[in-house]
Ligand binder design. Sequence first.
Ligand SMILES: NC(=O)c1ccc[n+]([C@@H]2O[C@H](COP(=O)([O-])OP(=O)(O)OC[C@H]3O[C@@H](n4cnc5c(N)ncnc54)[C@H](O)[C@@H]3O)[C@@H](O)[C@H]2O)c1
Length: 251
Amino acid sequence: MSESNGVLAGRTILITGAGSGIGKATCLLAAEQGAYVVAADIKAQDETLAEIQAAGGSGEAHELDVTDGAAWERVVESVLASRGRVDGLANVAGIVSASDALTTQNDAGWDRITGVDLKGPYLGMRTVISHMLEAGGGKIVNVASTAGLIGMPNVVAYSASKGGVIAMSRQVAIEYAAQNIRVNVVAPGVTQTPMLGDITEELLAQVSAATPAGILGKPEDVGSAIVFFLSPGSDFVTGQVLAVDGGWTAQ
Ligand SMILES: NC(=O)c1ccc[n+]([C@@H]2O[C@H](COP(=O)([O-])OP(=O)(O)OC[C@H]3O[C@@H](n4cnc5c(N)ncnc54)[C@H](O)[C@@H]3O)[C@@H](O)[C@H]2O)c1
């Protein structure tokens, strides 16, 4: 692994949610493909950075609350100072709630979830896009969910956020397509990360049995789709949504 080899060789890629699950897997896969990884999470992710470096990769770790526009500015300015550019952004950070049905959700919970899951990617795109335009292009990947594509129980604020991320990504994609900016979405199905929290083994077995592929996703399954959208192999792809869900939404 080095910055001179791989489909992301020498590219500076900012990844949120870097401390856990899909974000962490994406950091490691991107570094393996030669990216200089800016690993950002609500608490600075020195552990993820240490794993990247132990595997021969390079990057830096930042504390970034994705709901805080000033924090986005600080992190991006710092990356521009050290690297001169941001070639790619993966908005991976996200949260769920156990009481997110229309009748159990409340205003504070709605604001908290939409703040991270919808406003977060908006602020991230808004912060990097002027620099990408100046640099002559860039790649953005937003992580939504199958809950943004089809109806699911108990996820009202989450579904609204993820559906909003898909619509917003298409809008930004066509707005800046002629300026060599690419914006795509990865929509994971149920993926084995800490986000699953206390979901019982029994329920997870039911989910995998109801999935055409008969398995649950791994963080790397989603991370490799994100890496594709960050790489030159996707230069003619924009405004698209790739469900990484074992066929769940193909049924
Ligand atoms: N795991 C799944 O089954 C699944 C399914 C569909 C979509 N997703 C989406 O994938 C993405 C990653 O989820 P995951 O499963 O890896 O979850 P995870 O809980 O393992 O990781 C989420 C990360 O986001 C970070 N984060 C939370 N709030 C933040 C904030 N305000 N600012 C910065 N970072 C913040 C957390 O600290 C954590 O490191 C999320 O957007 C999630 O909605 C996950």
